[in-house]
Design a protein around this ligand. Structure first.
Ligand code: ZN
Length: 63
């Protein structure tokens, strides 16, 4: 299993808000400005790619 590592160089920080993926507070912002942990986004992206590979793609990108 290949580990996804997102390019977070365009990411930032902001006021503490619930992570969009796990719901725990975070100050981390994705490069698109979504409040979420980098590790959560990486796990989510990995899960999405697994879904895509299995042919059941659904909604668009979240972060
Ligand atoms: Zn999280």
């Amino acid at each position: 299993m290949s580990k996804i590592v997102l390019d977070w160089s365009a990411g930032g920080v902001g006021p503490k808000s619930p992570c969009a993926l796990c719901g725990k507070p975070t100050i981390i912002r994705s490069p698109k400005g979504t409040a979420c942990h980098k590790v959560c986004a990486e796990e989510w992206t990995e899960a999405r790619q697994r879904q895509a590979n299995s042919g059941s793609s659904s909604s668009g990108r979240l972060v």
